[in-house]
Design a binder for this molecule. Sequence first.
Ligand code: GTP
Ligand code: SPV
Ligand code: MN
Length: 617
Amino acid sequence: LTFRPSTAPAAVPAGGSPPPSTSPGLIALRLWVDEVVALTKPDRVHWVDGSAAEHDALMRELVAEGKLIKLNPEWRPGSYLARTHPGDVARVEARTFIASENEDDAGPTNNWVAPDEIRGTLTSLFAGSMRGRTLYVVPFSMGAVGGPLSHIGVQLTDSAYAVASIGIMTRVGTPVLREIENGAPWVRTVHSVGAPLAPGQADAAWPCNDEKYIVHFPDTLEVWSFGSGYGGNAILAKKCFALRIASVIGRDEGWLAEHMLLIRVIDPSGRAYHLAAAFPSACGKTNLAMLRPTIPGWRVETLGDDIAWIRKGADGRMWAINPEAGFFGVAPGTGESTNVTAVETLWGNTIFTNVALRPDGDVWWEGLTDEAPPHLTDWRGEPWTPDSGRPAAHPNSRFTVPAAQCPQIADDWETPEGVPLDAIIFGGRRATNVPLVLEATDWAHGVFLGSTVSSEKTAAAEGTVGELRRDPFAMLPFCGYNMADYFAHWLRVGQSLRFDHAPRIFQVNWFRKGADGRFLWPGFGENARVIDWIIRRIDGKVPAVTTPIGRMPRLSDLNLDGIDVPEADLEQLFEIDPRSWLDEADLTEEFFATFGGRIPAALTSELSALRYRLRAA
Ligand code: GTP
Ligand code: SPV
Ligand code: MN
């Protein structure tokens, strides 16, 4: 497990009790904990030290309470299954708010609430909300503890499942408290499942509340989350802090907090390249992060699968870290033929949520094997057979696993200063129009490509699956401020880079479909063929075809040795229909118009130039 033994000085004791107030940082932390305790009225307070013994005790307690099922250690040592309430299975975007002082600072893509008003609501909701429960104090570090790009937060929560998940997804406990003791700034996050227990009242297997609020205060750097136990709503270090709050800090400090995977690609000559890629939720980040190239001689090392923090280094290049320590990945579709690396990563020490249970005490989900086992218990705890006519695992069922268990994790994945970026890739789930791969002509065009990404909705958030929506930079649900200002921030960051130091920008689409509804591109390991072209472009080893929408490969330059993609499919994968693209440009104009004049001029001129090129085509 990623839990590190305590190496802190004796001033910070381990084991559930609060540290003595020896520094202004720790005093401030204790005062704040006291305040939240007075409001939420938990029965007990436990300071998380991050030790393995603490984790074991927590898991034993969750099993004893019927909140986790211990999997058969013969197949899945140290692993557990959680079944959520059926109404608490994904992020709830409609209940996610940005409470900035000015409504304009939240922008049209976020739900805004006035901070004073929502503080009143939250105070009523949190009053007594932890009665009968334990309040856990979880100090966490995003990035290596003490690293130059790292940031610290503290989550107060009444969910032991959340504590166990945060312990896998971040670095927690005593070493982080020592940073606070030494004066490091930290962000306050509070989480309650919103299900207080009366004396003697039996607890639910998955306590939660129908009323949900996930509220971010960008001006005071706080998060308050109520009513949900599900990952993205409850592991506040992840989307709430490392994206929504961090994007605001990054705006003010000149760096980028992004919904991106991070990989090192090593070519047959042994040369290494670093790529970051932003795809919307459940659109292939974990899969690309764990790519096993099908072309001989190429290797990929995993650095991160969901979030990247990117900052200009002393050498003028962009350096990126993965601030997380684990993977909270989509289970369905993860199998030997699609992502064998993930399957191997999940050998043990994993918390599974909403997957199916096998009679032998192991887990199963759609896509793990080609054939479903004859008898299962589905994610709701009901008997299931292949004839049941419903999925055995929830479409957004997930695994939570330490990153260190990934067999192809880079040796230096925790390096505090990160890795220098060679390319940034944007992607989405598009059945039509968007070609397999496209290269931006320059940074501003790349920002335009990022700003116009649209994608079919997935099960990662509540709502209608398959509906096409704008998801700029794959950050629609995660940007903590006005998205038009975020575009401007990206343009500014690019302007600060020497042109030969700026990462090259590309767009990919693994999901284009033929008229018969089947995917035209085999995807998964074969995506290495697209990466191979991208890297030859970075090295200037291959020319590109200039099209109205950007640069594309000559078909003859794609390495297709050993796969059988019909010529007609290949042509469709790269087909650009100027009429559909002009329609798409109209939709982009409408989208930009929702920002009321705040869109940077560089992007509106990119749009005009695109239309000009399409009309001339
Ligand atoms: P979040 O954790 O929600 O941010 O998602 P993610 O972007 O990491 O998504 P993930 O890699 O887990 O992929 C989600 C789904 O997309 C899975 O069901 C995959 O099987 C599917 N998928 C990933 N890569 C490909 C691909 O190259 N082609 C096709 N057809 N499907 C893919
Ligand atoms: C996503 O939805 O993009 C996820 C899962 O990575 S969650 O952490 O729930 O947001
Ligand atoms: Mn994600």
